[in-house]
Design a protein around this ligand. Sequence first.
Ligand code: SAM
Length: 249
Amino acid sequence: MNNEEKETTFYEGRIADTYDRQRFDTAAGQLIHFTEWKMLRKAVGGYSDGIKILEVGCGTGRFIEELVKLKHEPEGMDPSEDMLEVCRKKLGESQAFFRRGEADQLPYGEGQFDFVYSIRVMNQVESVDYAHRAIAEMLRVTKPGGRVLIEYMDRRRSKFARRKVRLGKEWVNRRVDSDTRLDGSHLQKMVVDAGARVEWRRGVFFLGMTSYYAAPKPLLSLVGGLDRLLSRCFPSLCSRCYLLIRKGN
Ligand SMILES: C[S@@+](CC[C@H](N)C(=O)[O-])C[C@H]1O[C@@H](n2cnc3c(N)ncnc32)[C@H](O)[C@@H]1O
């Protein structure tokens, strides 16, 4: 990856200050966060407390905060020092560790974690090849018998989403055209070839996150309910897919 590309994928500067506000200051942002946390919690739910977890592209650590509350031992990795700084301010090294690094070259040895996950990152990396390398890296640092959760955008999803979305008072560019989209069937094959297996695959946000922000507040729970129903019926057409992989058999 060259320096020019890095500037477009790493969340540096002002975005680190506004990231949590955009997620938690609106009812729509909170509902989206809750849906994502529910998927992650379902995936880690099979473990008792105290497992070693790695988040690849941890951003400001919004999920790490939740995992600490469940008494797990999470570690966050992100290429952006600005995002990591927000994590350290919120959590401190005593509750969770944070390290700088990139998804395609994880700065960890083989088999160090019980559970490794990545949310809202695979659609932002520079290419499909990069995403595949990152997934292979996530499997490498997972213990045999451990699990990997990947959130990605399926290539079958149409690109009808709006390019800009209003978050609170700001209009944010969603870079819809530049999203990296993965092929679910290819991922399944890749997983099997790597000696792992897919435990489950789910879709969320069939209506797209934009519809949550666009909905008038009194209609938000209705939109959320309809979205959950449609997502259950048409998982591979959802704007976001989750794949839970078990390393080894
Ligand atoms: C949309 S944020 C998601 C953060 C967090 N996972 C969450 O859901 O709140 C995307 C994050 O991926 C990080 N990122 C961008 N390129 C990356 C790469 N090549 N490897 C790892 N992380 C990357 C960004 O710096 C940013 O913090």
